[in-house]
Design a protein around this ligand. Structure first.
Ligand SMILES: Cc1cc2nc3c(=O)[nH]c(=O)nc-3n(C[C@H](O)[C@H](O)[C@H](O)COP(=O)(O)OP(=O)(O)OC[C@H]3O[C@@H](n4cnc5c(N)ncnc54)[C@H](O)[C@@H]3O)c2cc1C
Length: 382
């Protein structure tokens, strides 16, 4: 295993049908088979602020230690990445004010207690989902009907979207404080059991059945909100976040409507959706994973050289059954991809379990080649 090694270029030697990988220190690695498991693509939001000043962090996965502990920090986003960012700052004893700023001003829900409860679908059933005429509107109606059944409350599609968007009309602090008490008491929530069951039972069918335009609509309107409800935070994290909010250190705001950098530098002025203005010395983009392969230099190079292409819904295009890149060339490319960079083909790739299943599929293909052990062995040369 080569750690601290970044691959900066990948080319294919057509004569030997071997992949040649170049590391940042110009070492070469040769391998017949290659699997791209490059993880999350960088956020494609707030690119205009990139390189603006040294106090704008395009991602929280940088060294944050130079942020002054008493400075005010705007954290763009209010999802799991924003929560991790607040925890990172707390771990380095940050005492200054923190602001989560996102359009919804909502935090993810809290993961419920482990339960043996199961849920049988009445509306989101395979037979209802495999109709040839499946549309975004039809799917949303099935979700609304199923959630009405699970919660015992009659919900229209608008009601459902309103709830997932606005967190039942309560502000983030109130909702999270109430939810911590509920989850701490061990209460199992039926909406959570039902929604969790949709992840592996419903999403794979939708990915197959919805046409491209309806799929785009589903992924851009409902899916990000759905993820906030289904991919919840842990109770431990929720308690930490509530205590930061109780002390007044952390506030969740809706926005930003606009961000202006002070000409003298070092200060940003942000306007929220309800026209509050806020001055902070640091901004961290914590909006999570992006979808454009053009934000990744290696994937951009591979696309330019014709080894792979972008999926219209984001990430790398792969064959959904074999997971090979550049599906038009088939398996002879000997290159597969899995994990978050394959989001376009499969929205389930954000869960590590999906990567495990996809890795097993790829391993089966690679094993077919094991008779050529010699040519399969990766070689490292200077
Ligand atoms: C805030 C957050 C919370 C999450 N919570 C959960 C959860 O609760 N449960 C769950 O199942 N999933 C969760 N996920 C998703 C989960 O983290 C990912 O699905 C998982 O990490 C993907 O694993 P991976 O190995 O494909 O990618 P990663 O773990 O991202 O690993 C990719 C690796 O590739 C390396 N790399 C990238 N480019 C190059 C290059 N050019 N050369 C060499 N190396 C390179 C990176 O340095 C990294 O080591 C969460 C994700 C986030 C962001």
């Amino acid at each position: 295993m080569l750690t601290d090694t970044e691959i900066t270029q990948i080319v294919r030697e057509e004569k030997t049908t071997t992949w040649q990988l170049t590391t940042q220190s110009a070492n070469k690695i040769y391998s017949k088979n290659m699997i791209l498991a490059l993880g999350h693509l960088p956020s494609d939001k707030y690119l205009e602020l990139k390189n603006e000043t040294p106090t704008f962090y395009e991602s929280p996965w940088k060294d944050l230690s130079s942020i002054q502990s008493d400075s005010s920090v705007a954290i763009l986003g209010s999802g799991l990445t924003a929560i991790d960012t607040a925890k990172l700052l707390a771990a380095q004893h940050h005492v200054g004010k923190l602001f989560f700023i996102s359009p919804s001003a909502q935090l993810p829900r809290i993961k419920g207690p482990a339960t043996t409860s199961t849920y049988s679908f009445q509306y989101l059933t395979p037979s209802n989902l495999t109709t040839n005429l499946l549309t975004y509107d039809h799917v949303m109606q099935l979700f609304a009907d199923e959630m009405s059944r699970a919660t015992g409350t009659s919900l229209s599609v608008d009601d459902l979207l309103k709830i997932v968007k606005s967190g039942e009309g309560k502000d983030a602090h109130t909702l999270l404080s109430e939810e911590v008490k509920l989850v701490d008491s061990g209460q199992v929530r039926q909406w959570q059991v039902a929604l969790s069951a949709t992840f592996y039972n419903v999403l794979p069918i939708l990915t197959q059945q919805l046409g491209e335009e309806d799929q785009k609509k589903f992924r851009s309107i409902f899916f990000p909100l759905y993820l906030k409800w289904i991919a919840g935070m842990t109770l431990g994290n929720a308690k930490e976040i509530v205590s930061m909010m109780d002390s007044g250190q952390l506030t969740v705001l809706s926005g930003p409507k606009c961000i202006l950098a002070d000409e003298k530098g070092g200060i940003y002025h942000l306007t929220t959706h309800d026209d509050q203005t806020l001055s902070v010395s640091t901004i961290i983009n914590a909006t999570g994973t992006g979808h454009s392969i053009h934000q990744n230099a290696l994937l951009s190079q591979m696309e330019k050289d014709g080894y792979l292409s972008a999926h219209p819904l984001g990430g790398i295009a792969i064959a959904s059954d074999s997971l090979v890149i550049s599906p038009s060339h088939g398996e002879q490319t000997h290159c597969w991809a899995l994990g978050p960079t394959t989001f376009g083909s499969n929205p389930l790739v954000y869960a590590t379990e999906t990567s495990a299943m996809d890795a097993a599929k790829i391993a089966a293909h690679v094993l077919k080649d094991l008779t050529h052990v010699e040519s399969n062995t990766p070689v490292l040369t200077k």
